[in-house]
Design a binder for this molecule. Structure first.
Ligand code: NAP
Length: 273
């Protein structure tokens, strides 16, 4: 599709990260006609968008090839009229709103081509993973464009069916919290072994962040990276004997992910948070 038109609703944390990526694509010469609706723009972002020729908060914005919804899920009803004015019969709705199904989006906006995507918080710095499902009406060229539009948030993966969104929510959506908790408990354990609290926190944080950065930069699997740190009879092996015991990390994370998946299913059926 040459110079597709894209309308984005909501330039907050995630919408802003998308826009910054699209801006650099536009500055590199990528053709994109951009229209953005946001009641409370970050002034710097607003200036850059205006300089790139984006149409900002136009009351009569034209229908777009892709309409990206990056408002909060509770704002869905409030944007129905706006969105209906932004779609044409061939438009793709690309929603990153957590928990709002393709069926609901299809019903609300009367559009057949719907993509529901789930990013995670590292997406705010372009290091996330976004998984998406698409309705059958979406064509290959629509999905190619969707993939390009999501790239500023990091890696992009297509899922074969929407039921898997609950697992993705439990693993990728909630996953960063598990890693932050790892930094917290590692610091607490270091304190118990005698390290001063501030140093324990700094060192645990950098260890977790550095290991993540190494994993991203390396071609090795996480299993191989772990084995490379583990000498026979050494300190890492002593710790891993505990972490990999029958009551260690595996059953614990298995239970945690199962609980989060179950909660995602309940919320999807309309349970109150
Ligand atoms: N942040 C994450 O890590 C993450 C992860 C997965 C999924 N998501 C999903 O991504 C979506 C956006 O999350 P976020 O963290 O980026 O939220 P956010 O920072 O609150 O961004 C939402 C933006 O939409 C604006 N907005 C509200 N009503 C609007 C309207 N009628 N038209 C246009 N813009 C409107 C809001 O403006 P005001 O502030 O003035 O209301 C706000 O700037 C959510 O649906 C969330 O479920 C986020």
């Amino acid at each position: 599709m040459d110079a597709p038109s894209v309308a984005l609703l909501g330039a907050g944390q995630m919408g802003g990260a998308l826009l910054r990526g699209w801006l650099s694509a536009i500055q590199r010469g990528g053709g994109l006609t951009l229209s953005v609706l946001e009641p409370d723009f970050d002034p710097d972002l607003e200036r850059q968008l205006a300089a790139a020729g984006a149409v900002l908060n136009a009351p009569d914005a034209k229908p777009a090839d892709v309409v990206v919804l990056a408002v909060k899920p509770q704002q869905t009803q409030a944007v129905v009229e706006q969105v209906r004015g932004l779609v044409h019969p061939g438009s793709v709705i690309l929603s990153i709103m957590a928990g709002v199904t393709t069926g609901t989006l299809n019903e609300l906006f009367g559009v057949q081509k719907v993509v529901r995507a789930m990013p995670n918080t590292p997406g705010q710095i372009g290091q996330g993973v976004t998984c998406y499902v698409a309705t059958a009406a979406c064509q290959d060229r629509d999905l190619l464009l969707v993939g390009q539009l999501l790239e500023p948030l990091g890696a992009v993966e297509r899922l074969p069916n929407e039921r898997l969104m609950d697992v993705i929510t439990a693993v990728a959506g909630s996953g960063p919290a598990y890693v932050f908790l790892l930094a917290e408990v590692l610091a607490a354990a270091a304190e118990m072994e005698g390290l001063e609290p501030a140093a324990a926190s700094r060192i645990a944080r950098q260890t977790v962040a550095g290991a993540g950065a190494l994993m991203l930069a390396s071609q090795e699997s996480s299993t191989n990276l772990r084995k490379q740190v583990t000498s026979p009879g050494g300190t890492t092996e002593a710790a891993l004997d505990v972490l990999q015991a029958g009551d260690g990390l595996m059953p614990l994370l298995r239970r945690a992910v199962a609980a989060a998946t179950q909660r995602s299913r309940e919320l999807g059926r309309g349970a109150q948070p």
